[in-house]
Design a binder for this molecule. Structure first.
Ligand code: ADP
Ligand code: MG
Length: 428
């Protein structure tokens, strides 16, 4: 009799446990079912839909009756299907334990939405693959908002550029226009001896305008570069005195040239310009003194590193300028290369230094990167491609272009879209 009682109790316990499990599974099923912000569904081993929740119906437009048993590649675009992406996704999930991606997916009505997708393999206790759990989120709206934000940021940058440009040129034109007017007045008065100073003033403004356009051309990667085989260490050694003068005695300078540094094929004057610009920025970031380090190195960028730096795989020479100054906030870092972006008081900064350095690095086939932390300082690294071993050293090559004389009655046609330039060319 004792034994009987025990069996009864055991059965009861087991039934209670089974009931509880069933109830909890049911609760879980209901939970998954009622989620509408995520499409949560399962696939069998071959990728056929085996369960479907309310969110999946909401995003994709299929009722569970319509879709269960169908292959999940129906949700992919034709291009992705042709490229074998759905199968690849399952294989990746099986092999790596998870597949995560963002991409375009297709609704039942053919419209597309931007989805964030996670696929997890489901295995039993013996580790055999039973199928896949798939969670999809509709990010179309989020993506649209991000796109809008990017667009408005771009417009703001363009606005700032245009405003800065218009302001600077206006000042220069006022200088030139005013000088010309004064020359006219003095000539009418017959005071020709006083004309000289207005000529000089106008010429000064013209020179500043030329510098400005030069920097803008550099930023837009359209400056005329004069690349030569360059030993960056030697270039820095030649620049050291000038840098020391520029940063002043309150800042210690350390120039560390890597031994065996590869040669580069770049415009040496523009590199000097760039390094000087970085040093001036570093000085401005250390008003109470500090340390400035310029360091060169050979760098091998493999596939991953190259992708990170947005450069082709290969060998590069880096020049890094490090200061112990104020550092930059993430916001300043993202905008630092924009022309006319400056955090310095009006009249102090032009906001053209880094945009010029950026343009030069990119046009030279290289890159510039900012590593900075507020309160700790900043490192700016320029990457320049190593000179190809087989490229010819044409440092000494010069070209003599014969100047044609037109004293024998020949007619020369002068073409330019700017009337002033035509007039000046004809009179010179
Ligand atoms: P500018 O020097 O005329 O302001 P730049 O294009 O050279 O223009 O630099 C843009 C901005 O980037 C600076 O105003 C400054 O806020 C920031 N910046 C550049 N270099 C540094 C640095 N070494 N440390 C801290 N901030 C820097
Ligand atoms: Mg600057």
């Amino acid at each position: 009799m004792v034994g009987f009682a025990k069996v009864t109790r055991d059965l009861t316990e087991r039934r209670v446990a089974e009931e509880e499990l069933r109830a909890s599974e049911e609760r879980f099923r209901l939970l998954v079912q009622s989620v509408t912000d995520y499409a949560i569904y399962m696939l069998d081993r071959d990728g056929h839909v085996s369960s479907w929740n309310a969110g999946a119906e909401r995003f994709k437009g299929y009722t569970s009756n319509e879709i269960i048993g169908q292959h999940f590649s129906n949700f992919y675009t034709l291009e992705d299907r042709a490229a074998g992406i759905p199968v690849l996704a399952l294989q990746t999930a099986e092999r790596e334990g998870r597949f995560e991606a963002e991409g375009w997916r297709v609704r039942k009505d053919g419209s597309r939405f931007w989805a964030s997708v996670i696929i997890d393999p489901i295995r039993n206790d013996e580790n055999a693959l039973l199928g896949y759990a798939k969670i999809t989120r509709d990010l179309t709206e989020k993506r649209a908002i991000e796109e809008q934000l990017r667009q408005s940021q771009k417009m703001e940058a363009v606005g700032q550029l245009t405003g800065g440009l218009a302001h600077d040129f206006n000042n220069l034109l006022t200088g030139i226009g005013g000088s010309l007017e004064m020359m006219q007045v003095r000539m009418a008065q017959g005071r020709t001896a006083e004309i000289e100073r207005y000529v000089l003033a106008a010429q000064g403004a013209v020179k500043r305008a030329a510098t400005l356009t030069q920097r803008l051309l550099a930023f837009s990667r359209r400056q005329t570069l004069d690349p030569r085989t360059t030993n960056v260490n030697r270039l820095l050694a030649g620049l050291e005195d000038l840098i020391r003068q520029t940063i002043g005695p309150g800042i210690a300078l350390d120039v560390v040239g890597a031994s065996g540094l590869w040669p580069t094929f770049i415009d040496p004057h523009q590199l000097e310009n760039a390094v000087l610009n970085l040093c001036i920025n570093a000085r401005d970031a250390m008003p109470n003194g500090g340390k400035l380090t310029i360091e060169t190195a050979n760098r091998w960028l493999d596939d991953r590193a190259a992708r990170k730096q947005d450069l082709p795989v290969g060998q590069y020479v880096s020049v890094c300028v490090t200061d112990t100054g104020t550092g930059m906030t993430p916001e300043v870092i993202t905008r630092a290369f924009e022309p006319f972006f400056t955090t310095k008081p009006l009249g102090d900064g032009t906001g053209l230094g880094l945009s010029m350095v950026y343009g030069f690095a990119r046009q030279s086939g290289g890159q510039i990167r900012i590593y900075s932390e507020v309160g700790h300082g900043t490192t700016m690294c320029i990457y320049l491609p190593r000179q190809a071993v087989d490229s010819v050293d044409d440092t000494e090559a010069t070209f003599h272009v014969p100047v044609e004389q037109a004293s024998d009655g020949k007619v020369i046609l002068v073409i330019d879209d700017e009337p002033t330039i035509r007039m000046l060319t004809l009179n010179c």
